[in-house]
Design a protein around this ligand. Sequence first.
Ligand SMILES: *[C@@H]1O[C@H](CO)[C@@H](O)[C@H](O)[C@H]1NC(C)=O
Ligand SMILES: *[C@@H]1O[C@H](CO)[C@@H](O)[C@H](O)[C@H]1NC(C)=O
Ligand SMILES: *[C@@H]1O[C@H](CO)[C@@H](O)[C@H](O)[C@H]1NC(C)=O
Ligand SMILES: *[C@@H]1O[C@H](CO)[C@@H](O)[C@H](O)[C@H]1NC(C)=O
Ligand SMILES: *[C@@H]1O[C@H](CO)[C@@H](O)[C@H](O)[C@H]1NC(C)=O
Ligand SMILES: *[C@@H]1O[C@H](CO)[C@@H](O)[C@H](O)[C@H]1NC(C)=O
Ligand SMILES: *[C@@H]1O[C@H](CO)[C@@H](O)[C@H](O)[C@H]1NC(C)=O
Ligand SMILES: *[C@@H]1O[C@H](CO)[C@@H](O)[C@H](O)[C@H]1NC(C)=O
Ligand SMILES: *[C@@H]1O[C@H](CO)[C@@H](O)[C@H](O)[C@H]1NC(C)=O
Length: 717
Amino acid sequence: MVGKIAVAVMLILAAANNIAVHGEQAPPAITLPGCPDKCGDVSIPYPFGMAPGCFLDGFEVSCNRTFDPPRAFLARGSQQNDEGYYLSYEAAVTSTNYWSLPVELVDVTLSRGEARAYGAVVTDCTPTNESYHVYRRQLTMLDSSPFVLSSSRNVLTGVGWNVQAQLTKSLYSSGYMLSCASLLQFPETAASGSCSGMGCCEANVTAGLRYSSVTFAHKNNSFWSPNPCSYGMVVEKNWYNFSKDDIYGNQTLPRKFPRGVPFVLDFAVGNASCPAQGQPPLDSYACRSGNSSCVNATSSAGYICKCWDHYDGNPYIPGGCQDIDECDLRTKFPELRDVYPCSDDGICKNTPGDYECPCKPGMKGDGKAGTCTEKFPLVARVIVGTVGGLLVLATLVFVFLLRKEKQKMKEFFIRNGGPILENAKSIKIFKKEELKRMTRTYSHVLGNGAFGMVYKGFLDEQHPVAVKKSMKVDKTQKDQFANEVIIQSQVIHKNIVRLIGCCLEVDVPILVYEFVSNGSLQDILHGENKVPLTLDKRLAIATESAEGLAYMHSKTSTSIQHGDVKPANILLDDQFNPKISDFGISRLIARDVAEHTNDVIGDNNYMDPVYRETGLLTNKSDVYSFGLVLFEIITGKKVVYGGASSFVKSYLDTYLTEIRANKVLFDKETGEKDIEHLHCLIEISKECLDNNVDKRPEMTDIAERLQGIIRARRFLN
Ligand SMILES: *[C@@H]1O[C@H](CO)[C@@H](O)[C@H](O)[C@H]1NC(C)=O
Ligand SMILES: *[C@@H]1O[C@H](CO)[C@@H](O)[C@H](O)[C@H]1NC(C)=O
Ligand SMILES: *[C@@H]1O[C@H](CO)[C@@H](O)[C@H](O)[C@H]1NC(C)=O
Ligand SMILES: *[C@@H]1O[C@H](CO)[C@@H](O)[C@H](O)[C@H]1NC(C)=O
Ligand SMILES: *[C@@H]1O[C@H](CO)[C@@H](O)[C@H](O)[C@H]1NC(C)=O
Ligand SMILES: *[C@@H]1O[C@H](CO)[C@@H](O)[C@H](O)[C@H]1NC(C)=O
Ligand SMILES: *[C@@H]1O[C@H](CO)[C@@H](O)[C@H](O)[C@H]1NC(C)=O
Ligand SMILES: *[C@@H]1O[C@H](CO)[C@@H](O)[C@H](O)[C@H]1NC(C)=O
Ligand SMILES: *[C@@H]1O[C@H](CO)[C@@H](O)[C@H](O)[C@H]1NC(C)=O
C-alpha cells in the first residue's frame, strides 16, 4: 500500500509537471509566496527554502549554481557548528587529514516527512603491496536539527571479498552499533543479487541516529589484485543492486556512483509534539493548510503535517492541500486504477475530499467495490421489452381498428342515405357515440320485438326517447330508406309516434322516436298489468287511433299505409292518448327479418286476407286491421288468426246480445244510450272487416263517425 501511495504521489507530481509544461494550469504553489521553489532539477517545498524567510529553522537549502544544473545542499544554518555536514576523512596508511563537506539533497517528499541526500561510499583499498588507501566519512546532525537517519528506509551495506562493515557513531569511536559481514573464501563464490553475505552484506539501521560513520573491521591487506577494495555505505533500502563484478577492480563503486548513494533522512518540524486534542496550536504551528492534519514524529520530537486522504499538496502553506481528482488521475494513469478503484459499470465522479463511483443507470451496487449489477435481470428486461412491444402493437392495432371503424361508419353513413338526410331539416342525425351516451350504453331495455330491441334514452333530462335498434335491413330496400325517413319525419300528428332522428353510422340504421310512456294497447287490454277502461276511454282511444291512421292515409303527396295495424303498435301516453307506431321504415327493416319470400309481412292475426292474397297493400288493408283492433277495444277479447272475419262478426253480435241482456258493460251499469253507441261501434268494426274491399269505409270516415259518437255522448252528459 505504501508503495502504491508512493507511486501515486510520484505520478501526481509528474501530472503537475505535465500541466505546468502545457501551461494549462498553474501548478499549485509549494512555497511561501515569492519564494523560489527549485534548485536545478530539485523541487524545494516549504518548510525547505533557499531565500531568507522562505524556510523554517533547520530547513535552509543552499543552491550552488556553479554546477550545471545547479545542485542543492542542506545549508549549514545559523549555528556555527557542523550541523548538516559530513565530516570527511581520507587517509593513506598514516594520514589523519579531515575536512567537512555539505550534504547534497536528492529530493524532498513532504507527505512522508522525508528528504533524500547523497551519501558516500567509504572504501578500504590495498591497490598495491605497498599502498593502503582508506576513505571514510562521518554524518553529523545536531540534536537541534530537524533530521534523523531513517531506520526503516536505510540499510548499512558492505561489499567485498572479505568485508565486515560497521556502523559507528564517529570517525574515531571504537565501538560499533551494528555491522554486517561477507567473508568469502574465494571471490568467485560471490553471487549477484541480494546482499545476503555472498560478496555483499546488509544490516538494518538503528532508529534515531543523528551521527553515523561506516568503518571496517580488521583488514587483511594482502588482496591487492584483483580484489583490492572493500566498500561500505548507508544507503536507501532496495536501491543498491549488488553485482559480483563490484568486488573486482580498484574503487569500482565510487566510480559507479560518483555523486554518492542516496540515503533517507526523516524530518520533523517544531521541537514539540502535535497539539493535544482540543488544545489550540502554538503560534509556530506549521500545519497551515486546511484539509491537513498533524502527525507526531516517531523517531524524534516534533511532528509532521499531512494532507488529508484524497488531498494532495503542501500542508505547510495556507491552502496547500488541494483535492485530488481521482477520476482524472484514473484516466491519465491507468496504473492508478487499483489505487482508486471504480469498475467499468460505474461512473467516476470526483468530490471534494473523495470520489464517488455510482453504478451506471439501471444498475445497483457499488462501483468502488465492483459490485454493480443490473437492476433488472436479463429475463425481466426481456419480459418488460416483450410486454412493451406487445403494448405498442396493441395500440397500433387499436388505432388501425379505430380508423377502420371510422371508415366503416362513414361508409354506412353514405350507404344509409346520410348525404340525402343531412339536408332534411326535420330529421336529426345522431352520431353513434351520441346514441351510446343517450341510452347509457343501451342499458334500459323497453322492449324486445321480433325486429330488434328498443331502448330508453334521453335527449336531455326532460325528453325521453325510444331508441330502436333493428336487426337487419334488406339490402334491396336500402335505397328507399332515406326517402322513408324523410317522409316519416314529416309525419307530425299527435296520434302518431314522432320520428325524431336516426343514426346512419351503423350497418342497420338506428331510429330515435318520441318516447311514449304507458306501453301499448296490447299491454293495456291483454297484458299482465291490464288497466280497466271505461267505454268513453275506449271510444277515445279508438277515435284518436283512427285519426292518426286517417292522417297518414290522407297525406296528399304520398299516402302512407301502415301495413301492420294491431294493438301492439298503438302506444298510449300517460293520458292514455294513443300514438301509432311502427310503420314505414319499420316495415322496410322488417321485411328482411320476416323471411317471407313474398313481400307480404305483418301480423297474421290482424292481416287483411285480401292483402295476404294479392300482396298489394292499400289503405283498406289498414282499415281491415283497424276493424279487428276496434273489435278488441270493444270486447277486450284477443283476435287469433284463423278466426275468419265472419266469426268475429258473429261474435260481435253475440257480445252485443249479452250486453243487452246483462245491462253491464265493463263492470258498469249500462244505459240504453251506451248500448246504442256500442252498437254503432260494432257496426263500424263489422264494416271494416268486409271481405269486399270497396265496401270498407275510409279511415277518415271511421274517424268522423267515431267522433260523432263521442260528441253524442258529451251532449248526453
Ligand atoms: C559551490 O561548489 C563549488 C565546487 O564544489 C565550491 O567551490 C563553491 O564554494 C560552492 N559554493 C557555495 C556557495 O557553496
Ligand atoms: C586506485 O584508485 C585510486 C582512486 O581512483 C587511485 O588514486 C590509485 O592510484 C589507484 N591505484 C591503482 C593501483 O590503480
Ligand atoms: C612489492 O612488490 C615488488 C615487486 O612486485 C617488490 O619488489 C617489493 O619488494 C615488494 N614490497 C614489499 C614490501 O614486499
Ligand atoms: C531489517 O528489518 C526488517 C523489518 O524492519 C526485517 O524484516 C529484516 O529482516 C531486517 N533485516 C536484517 C538484515 O536484520
Ligand atoms: C591474509 O591473506 C593471506 C592470503 O590469503 C593469508 O596468507 C594470510 O594468512 C592472511 N592474514 C591474516 C591475518 O588473515
Ligand atoms: C536496482 O534494480 C532496481 C530494479 O531493477 C532498479 O529499479 C534500480 O534503479 C536499480 N538501482 C540502481 C542503482 O541501478
Ligand atoms: C522549541 O523551539 C522554540 C523556538 O524555536 C524555542 O523557543 C524553545 O525553547 C524550544 N523548546 C525546546 C524544549 O527545545
Ligand atoms: C502527539 O503527541 C501528543 C503528546 O504525546 C499527544 O497529546 C497528541 O495527541 C499526539 N497527536 C497525534 C496526532 O498523535
Ligand atoms: C479544502 O479543500 C477544498 C477542496 O479542494 C478547498 O475548496 C478548500 O478551500 C480547502 N480548504 C482550505 C482551508 O484550504
